[in-house]
Design a protein around this ligand. Structure first.
Ligand code: 8YV
Length: 324
């Protein structure tokens, strides 16, 4: 019996073609009407789901009586009710590793853009304001040799730390749930409390997963610990930061700047952040390169196919569901 795969976000025609070799594939099409209605109508027939960027839990999946696996095209899996999926015996897979370097590149680009005001001054130049040598009010901040603080030294955090340490001679501080002795040896990274990191770092980079413990991890108190000359970079998840508190700190100058790729609510069409020259705002593009998205798609298809064929997927988030 050919199993059925249902996409819950946009997937490429190439992915569809490759999946159709083994499965019946349903991709809701906006040209055929409401995609949510199409998804809900197809859900009872689905053995596998593939996609990203959508909350999936009991409310969405109650009718998915044949569902065996959700293959997320993402490394983060805060969108999914993992406890519910596990209780239902539904495997959840993600796409780690293949996006590490691209996301670290993007994270470091936000350090540079925030510090040297490149986005702001690009717009200023293109608006015709460049009439003479730039004045001190347009000066940026140095990056080389400044202190880099990584909140969450996982694979992406480590890749950013390497860029800072090896490329920009930056001392590296880190905080998190556990010590990383190998990275301390490799990069001279120093483990410290979050409060110490916030007080000492010139660039604070958030790369922790979103959970009940990290929601609003950075709020008024934490922002108040940071140097007025410091920058906050968020490439993890928006709700890790109390966005209203961040906006206030940026507006009143208690924080020099912010480089953001994620927000409390996405997509973000309007925000007070957009009127702040000291906020660089990108549209969640951490992994958004052609090469990396292709690698994520392949990894997600491999996970999905393995699960639907009764084999153990490589990237199983809830391994207790595998009954091989
Ligand atoms: C997006 C990401 O999920 O992988 C993650 O966790 O945040 C990003 O890669 C991806 O862009 C799909 O929306």
């Amino acid at each position: 019996m050919r199993k059925t795969v249902l996409a819950f976000s946009r997937i490429s025609p190439d992915m569809v073609e490759r999946l159709e070799k083994d499965f019946d594939v349903i991709v809701p099409n906006p040209k055929q009407g409401d995609v949510a209605a199409q998804f809900n109508e197809a859900l009872p027939t689905a053995h596998g789901l593939i996609g990203a960027g959508r909350a999936l839990g009991e409310a969405q999946l109650k009718a998915a009586t044949n569902l065996e696996v959700i293959s997320s095209v993402s490394v983060g899996y805060d969108n999914y009710d993992v406890a519910y999926l596990t209780q239902r015996g539904i495997q959840l897979t993600n796409t780690p590793d293949v996006l590490t370097e691209s996301t670290a590149d993007l994270g470091f680009s936000l350090i540079m853009a925030s510090a040297r005001r490149t986005a702001e001054l690009d717009a200023w130049t293109k608006a015709g304001h460049w009439k003479a040598s730039v004045s001190p009010d347009l000066f940026g901040s140095d990056v080389n040799g400044k202190t880099l603080g990584i909140v969450g030294l996982g694979n992406i955090g480590a890749a950013i730390a390497r860029r800072g340490r090896l490329g920009f001679n930056m001392p590296v501080l880190y905080s998190g749930n556990s010590r990383k002795p190998a990275l301390e040896a490799e990069l001279g990274a120093t483990f410290c409390t979050l409060d110490d990191l916030l007080a000492k770092a010139d660039f604070v980079v958030l790369v922790v997963p979103l959970s009940d413990k990290t929601r609003h991890l950075i709020s008024h108190r934490e922002l108040g610990l940071m140097k007025p000359s410091a920058f906050l970079i968020n490439i993890a998840r928006g709700p890790i930061v109390d966005e209203a508190a961040l906006i206030e700190a940026l507006q009143n100058g208690t924080l020099r700047g912010a480089g953001l790729d994620v927000y409390a609510h996405e997509p973000l069409a309007e925000s007070p952040l957009f009127s702040l020259k000291n906020a660089v705002t990108l549209p969640h593009i951490g992994s958004a390169t052609g090469e990396t998205r292709a690698a994520m798609a392949q990894r997600a298809m491999n996970n999905l196919t393995a699960a639907l064929k009764g084999q153990r997927p490589t990237d199983l988030v809830n391994p207790e569901t595998f009954k091989g």
